[in-house]
Design a protein around this ligand. Structure first.
Ligand code: AHM
Ligand code: MG
Length: 336
């Protein structure tokens, strides 16, 4: 038996990133070290998520533990793991997490040149029914590591050095871009290593799927309503699109990346800035989309050009296949 089962030359995520870094002679392995700490966080969360249902049943987690202390919820636990892993890497400076109101400034002995923005466990309303959830992250390089300020993370998404997500689903998949394409790695649980399984992901130029929470339709603006209407009743005689909506951004974006199509979280009358957060949801996913040949748009501009003024700011987003996003851009342009 030659072939897959006997493959002996494994491209792990660490090996992949080391290869990438070797193209930059000035690099000293700091990014590889940082990424290894992110990967550790992902492995921990993956293991915790897969045990979550079981733990509940046999009373490992729940309201109280044996000492009568309250058990930590999975999203709180995931956040702690990521914060600790990132600080202890010695390569970070500022951390912004969806779970924490304030940014974390790393103190000098452990301070490094990267800042990481992340959502440790996105889609957590899906945990209890076993639907895929994920971690989303983006990485910036700090200008002056001696005097870090919050402005260092209030930067447009196009300044990110790298972005990615890890999806905790039927398998654990980490999708990463360091600014030269997008690659997907799958966790081999027996090795505890992420192995390159989806090299150089490119999103189809046009897709057959649209993905949006249509329950909000009564509050949509004109261009969004018109776009979705056209997905269902195309005026040019092309086939109607299929609707797929999981309600877990990582899973919806992952499908969009692999199969093509469009994911929308638009503005509506109740939420004029949509729901999704600029720094650690919209930016990393937009970065990956562009790197895979797709587009990301806010309804006004290229998503990665947005300059956030607050760390938990929200923005509408339309992202996916190049041609599909082009259509929604045309509808917003016609509005003006
Ligand atoms: P969360 O950060 O509270 O988990 O919310 C983010 C999630 C995304 O994963 C998903 O795209 C979106 O919320 C779904 O929102 P809705 O339920 O309004 O459709
Ligand atoms: Mg979230």
């Amino acid at each position: 038996h030659a072939g897959e089962a006997h493959r002996t030359d494994l491209m792990t995520i660490t090996r992949y990133v080391l290869n990438e870094q070797s193209k930059h002679p000035e690099s000293r392995g700091d990014f590889t070290i940082l990424l290894n700490h992110i990967v550790l966080g992902c492995k921990f969360v993956c293991s915790a998520v897969s045990k979550a249902g079981l733990a509940k049943l046999i009373g490992l987690a729940g309201d109280t533990n044996v000492q009568g202390e309250e058990q930590k919820k999975l999203d709180v636990l995931s956040n702690e793991v990521f914060i600790k892993a990132l600080v202890s890497s010695g390569r970070t400076c500022i951390l912004v997490s969806e779970e924490d109101e304030e940014a974390t400034f790393v103190q000098p002995p452990l301070r490094g040149k990267y800042s990481v923005v992340f959502d440790p466990l996105d889609g957590s309303s899906n945990i209890d029914c076993g639907v895929s959830i994920g971690t989303i992250f983006g990485i910036y390089m700090i200008k002056d590591a001696h005097e870090p300020t919050i402005e260092d993370v209030l930067q447009p998404g196009k300044n990110m050095l790298a972005a990615g997500y890890c999806m905790y689903g039927s398998s654990c998949t980490l999708v990463l871009s360091t600014g030269s394409g997008v690659n997907g790695f799958t966790l081999d649980p027996s090795l505890g290593e992420f192995i390159l399984t989806h090299p150089d992901i490119k999103i189809p130029q046009k897709g057959k799927i649209y993905s949006v929470n249509e329950g909000n339709a009564k509050n949509w603006d004109g261009p969004t309503a018109k776009y979705v209407e056209n997905c269902k009743f195309p005026i040019d005689g092309s086939p109607a699109k299929s609707l797929r909506y999981i309600g877990s951004m990582v899973a919806d974006v992952h499908r969009t990346l692999l199969y093509g199509g469009i994911f929308l979280y638009p503005a509506d009358k109740k939420s004029p800035n949509g729901k999704l957060r600029v720094l650690y949801e919209v930016f990393p996913m937009s970065f990956l989309m562009e790197q895979a040949g797709g587009q990301a748009f806010t309804g006004k501009q290229r998503a990665l050009d947005l300059i956030p003024t607050q760390i938990h700011e929200r923005s509408p987003v339309f992202l996916g296949s190049y041609d599909d996003v082009e259509e929604i851009k045309a509808l917003y342009a016609a509005e003006e």
